[in-house]
Unconditional design. Sequence first.
Length: 165
Amino acid sequence: MKKWLYAASLIFLFFTYTDTLATDRIAVVNILSILQQSPQFALVAQQLEKEFQNSINELKLIEEDLQNQIQRLQRDGSIMKESERSELEKSVIQQRDTLSNKVKNFEKNQNFRQREERSKILSSIKDIVKNIASKEGYDVVIDTNAVAYASNTKDITADVLKQVL
């Protein structure tokens, strides 16, 4: 008798749970696609390029100077005085270290700014997704990149993209 009661309660819970799932409205959206197609993304890329152009030029100049010193050392090192060659070698090492540190700082700053700007754009896209989901009555909206397979779900990417553009 207990087994039948247990089985009946499991069946009841199963149908109740699947009935609850059936009433949920689920949509998917491709956030990466929207981000890449958004005009804000291209605009931010241009702004960041302008913002970091002076640093890029400075790094290029340091790299060119370093290359010239290395070439001079390779070309004239054998005919230089020992002290002159030693001084040039120290200069090359110091400039290489300086360039390496500046490149690391540049990449760190550039990555930080890119994440910061991307976060702003993603926040506005997320707000648009929330608005569409509430208007359309969706309970859950999932990024398509986070789902292995989705059947019978509405893709709202085009709707979001219209509002982003």
